[in-house]
Design a protein around this ligand. Structure first.
Ligand SMILES: Cc1cc2nc3c(=O)[nH]c(=O)nc-3n(C[C@H](O)[C@H](O)[C@H](O)COP(=O)(O)OP(=O)(O)OC[C@H]3O[C@@H](n4cnc5c(N)ncnc54)[C@H](O)[C@@H]3O)c2cc1C
Length: 256
């Protein structure tokens, strides 16, 4: 089965993201493969191991996004393609979806497109759905297990309340939940292969599309209001005494 995984490069989850001069900044923190997309890569590789085929990883971003693509290559993806064009600088998610749709068509013969649950910087969780819509493919969300049986994709979806089995014909788009299992670490051989890989870059002309119109703008971004936090150490001669003082304090502050 030929699978595409769409991945975004994002600031490391440990980065302190702040607004400076009206722009979002994460200082010197490294940029990484979006953690939710690591699960999507893992799911695609598991399916490839069971059903054969290739896993192509795609990212829309700047030159630096090649590092995120290399992480996916080191995990075991067959090939990676960067889609980069200055016209995409302030692209909204629908514009990104249009670009991903064109790229998936250009890769050719793609039977399944995998997405992360959300990007940890933008956090909208809509790009996969929008891409599926443009492709005219069904979307199976939050897959915790993916199988290919009798020509059908069989997906176990996971929620807090339980699990569901859903099935559909290919082609289809999927978003992957963390219940798929821990993403594999890149192997030593994988890292060496990825470090030497030549990653092609496609611009909008290569995709044969005009710059997609972005209708959503973000004219203002600001830091959340600072919350005043008071810290009080509760002391006592025994754990029981400390616990009693803590309970009294919690009741006094009407926390419970
Ligand atoms: C301050 C700010 C505010 C913004 N607000 C909005 C807004 O309100 N509405 C809007 O439409 N756009 C907005 N954008 C733009 C938006 O962040 C990008 O369009 C982004 O690429 C998609 O949205 P997301 O990051 O929320 O991704 P999500 O929709 O959360 O991503 C879901 C999945 O889609 C895939 N994916 C997402 N981005 C890419 C990519 N670049 N390449 C490959 N795969 C990808 C990944 O698999 C990812 O896990 C904003 C950008 C900024 C900087």
């Amino acid at each position: 089965m030929n699978i595409v995984v769409c991945v975004k490069q994002v600031p490391d989850s440990a980065a302190k993201v702040v607004v400076e001069g009206g722009r979002v900044s994460w200082g010197d923190a490294p940029l990484v493969l979006n953690p939710w997309d690591e699960y999507a890569v893992e799911a695609a590789l598991l399916l490839q191991e069971a059903a054969g085929g290739d896993v192509t990883v795609l990212s829309v971003g700047g030159e630096s996004a090649k590092e995120a693509l290399k992480t996916a290559l080191a995990m075991g993806c067959s090939q990676a393609i960067l889609i980069s064009d200055p016209a995409l600088d302030a692209a909204d998610s629908q514009a990104i979806a249009r670009v991903l749709c064109a790229a998936i068509k250009k890769v050719g013969g793609v039977e399944a497109a995998f997405f992360g649950r959300q990007a940890i910087d933008g956090d909208m969780g809509v790009t996969g759905v929008q891409t599926a819509h443009l492709l005219g493919w069904p979307m199976l969300g939050l897959a915790a297990r993916v199988e290919f049986e009798n020509g059908k994709l069989r997906v176990e979806r996971s929620f807090e309340e339980g699990r569901q089995i859903v099935e559909c014909q290919l082609p289809a788009a999927l978003s992957i939940s963390k219940d798929i299992g821990e993403p594999r670490y890149p192997s030593f051989m994988g890292i060496r292969k990825a470090s030497r890989a030549e990653i092609p870059t496609w611009d909008l002309a290569a995709l044969g599309i005009e710059a997609p119109v972005s209708v959503v703008r973000w004219p203002e971004v600001f830091n959340p209001p600072v919350r005043e936090v008071k810290t009080e150490m509760i002391e006592g001669g025994s754990p029981q005494e400390i616990a009693e003082k803590l309970v009294a304090k919690i009741l006094e502050e009407k926390v419970l």
